[in-house]
Design a protein. Structure first.
Length: 461
């Protein structure tokens, strides 16, 4: 379980990055210090040898008497060699093995090239740096000076530096552990909260919410999860409400069918006219059930993408006028007037004529159903790319908080008004799907108590 925790993975990743930076950096710093100290030591030895050469040339030859002066500048061993390769003088610090420090090959190279630099290690594993300079007087090789300096002090200084670098590295690593632990926990805490919240949501606790603590990608993810939970809760509530409404819509006609069928079968009527009235009620309720089932079947096909459209050139003005004629009787029964206006004589779109007419009919029936008095206005216009058809009513209107969900399947604006006005809550969901399949869009504007306006936009042919 611990290996799967994101804070541990994040902390280890930070430590790994720190080590990948610290180790090469430590190596580079070590090389810089080593190079600096060795170069400094070599420079001092070379300068000491060059200084003796200058003083000897000023004296016009080898001058062992200059060694006491040289000893004041350094504790390095100084060896004066004559032109025959014999030792002409040494400083008081010259207690090393001469045969190790200066060989015949060194003397030959010194006479030939004028200088020599080398590093040697004695039997005690003591490192020395040897610098030799040729003494030239009047163009003649008079001998040379060799300066040998022990590297022990330099190595001790380097060791001290390395110890300090190691201590600093360990301290930095410990600080990095503390920092990475705090940082990893702080960064992973929102993610772990999201993980727990999503598990709660998966268990059905859709009221679970995540506190948004930042405006970065993690904060955006928290907002998305909260929105998902709200949508799921809304969907679940709508589904439960839809099932309750469908149950009521089916139960009411079935009750009528059962009751009036018993009356007819048992001949519990007085006249033939009364019998005909009962049969008409039975037929009306059967049609109501049939329409409800058709809506459910239609929505299921649309949701599964199985609905096929037969696209053709459709003149929308005449199609709209035909739809208005079909609902005119229903509007007249409720005392409503329907007006139609078009900015152009013809507006042609690429559409399935039957489906587009059903879209208009659904919106007209919806307007008639929720308008008690006043009128319904239908307006057709177009721009450079789209046809626009709007249907406005003077009905009860839709609350602003319900507008974002008006095209959702299962959604009902008011839980009780479906029983008053009828309908299954599927009509607008079906309309929305059909308009989308035509490559268009539908939007709604409404003011509570003043009316509602639906506007469809579909691409022109």
């Amino acid at each position: 379980m611990m290996r799967r925790r994101i804070d541990i993975k994040l902390g280890l990743a930070i430590l790994l990055i720190f080590l990948l930076v610290l180790l090469p950096l430590g190596f580079v710093v070590d090389r810089l210090f080593v190079t600096f100290f060795y170069n400094k030591a070599h420079q001092q030895v070379n300068e000491l040898a060059a200084h003796y050469v200058k003083m000897s040339e000023a004296e016009h030859g080898l001058s062992p008497d200059l060694l006491p002066t040289m000893e004041e500048f350094s504790k390095s061993a100084v060896y004066i060699m004559n032109a025959d390769g014999e030792l002409a003088g040494t400083s008081r610090h010259s207690n090393q093995d001469l045969s190790l420090l200066i060989t015949k090959e060194d003397l030959v190279q010194l006479e030939r090239e004028g200088s020599i630099d080398k590093e040697v290690t004695d039997s005690h594993r003591q490192d020395y740096y040897v610098s030799g300079k040729s003494i030239i007087v009047n163009g003649q090789h008079q001998g040379g000076v060799f300066v040998a300096s022990s590297m022990s002090e330099v190595q001790q200084s380097i060791s001290s530096i390395r110890r300090m670098l190691t201590i600093a590295g360990i301290g930095g690593f410990l600080l990095a552990i503390g920092f990475s632990t705090i940082f990893a926990r702080k960064m992973s805490r929102p993610l772990m909260q999201m993980e727990r919240a999503t598990r709660q949501i998966a268990k059905g606790k859709l009221d679970t919410r995540i506190e948004v603590q930042s405006q970065d990608e993690i904060g955006t993810l928290a907002i998305a999860i909260n929105e998902m939970a709200r949508d799921l809760q809304h969907y679940q509530d709508s589904r439960n409400e839809f099932i309750a409404n469908i149950s009521h819509e089916l139960k009411t006609p079935i009750t009528y069918l059962e009751g009036y069928t018993d009356i007819v079968l048992n001949e519990l009527y007085d006249t033939e006219e009364e019998r005909q009235q009962y049969l008409q009620v039975i037929r009306a309720e059967a049609r109501r059930i049939n329409l409800l089932i058709n809506d459910l079947f239609e929505l299921a096909k649309l949701q599964e993408g199985k609905e096929q459209l037969y696209m053709e050139a459709v003149e929308i003005c005449s199609l709209t006028e035909n739809a208005i004629l079909k609902v005119a009787m229903k509007a007249k029964e409720q005392g409503l007037a329907i007006s139609f206006r078009s900015d152009l004589a013809e507006v042609v779109v690429n559409a399935d004529a039957a489906r587009m007419e059903q879209v208009i009919l659904n919106l007209l029936y919806n307007a008639i159903r929720y308008t008690k008095e006043g009128e319904i206005s239908v307006h057709v216009t177009q721009d450079e790319e789209n046809m626009s058809l709007s249907i406005s009513d003077t009905g009860s209107g839709i609350p602003e908080e319900d507008l974002p969900y008006i095209f959702d399947r299962f959604y009902r604006v008011e839980k009780s008004r479906s029983r008053v006005y009828g309908g299954s809550g599927l009509g607008l969901a079906i309309v929305h799907k059909w308009v989308e399949l035509h490559g268009g869009n539908i939007r709604v504007e409404s003011q509570l108590g003043k009316g509602t306006k639906f506007e469809i936009k579909v691409p022109l042919l």
